[in-house]
Design a protein around this ligand. Sequence first.
Ligand code: B4P
Length: 184
Amino acid sequence: MKKRLLFLGPPGAGKGTQAKRICEKYSLSHLSTGDLLRAEVVAKTDLGNKAAVLMANGELVTDDLVLSIVETKLKAISSGWLLDGFPRTVGQAEALERILVEIDQLIEAVVLLELNDDLLIERLLLRGRDDDNQEVITNRLDVYRVKTEPLIDYFRSKGLIHSIQADGSVEEITQLIESVLKCV
Ligand code: B4P
């Protein structure tokens, strides 16, 4: 079983849902930049206040802010980990690679969760978080296509991408992910 993992995919594809299940089952450290940023927003830190505006509009938080909270966490985590929703830009991916080389812990597999826009929108509207309304979701999908989708080729060129069609039940998707991670 691969134990240094990254989950990639559009907003609402189920990265967070699946990451929690896989991390619990296989005792991996779960690093979700969405959760870390929301915690900063709730705590009303300087970083959280800057992030709040961007998140509420469906924009990505800037690379420097994201990296400032991620770098320390990454350097503190041990053998098995799952990065959920990070990196989201090529700049973040390059910074991540530098950090991982430094700590000698390279990524073993990138799981790409794919889902069509109609289902993504349906799931996000049902989830109903503050940033889950029609206008903001549309912007998040546009931002994903422009800024995050290029990462698919970036990781594919490194032979790390494993695509999963994420339109089954939560349990079915977990099983698909497990079969990919055990076979690669
Ligand atoms: P995230 O917190 O990463 O969340 P997400 O991409 O919107 O959703 P995810 O794919 O995790 O879907 P989930 O499991 O919840 O990002 C939020 C914001 O934070 C971003 O827009 C950005 O502003 C900021 N941010 C985060 N990381 C950043 C970074 N690195 N750089 C810059 N900015 C960053 O699933 C969605 C819903 O579907 C849930 O309700 C779930 O219950 C449901 N669901 C899941 N699987 C299902 C299934 N199989 N069937 C039916 N429903 C399912």
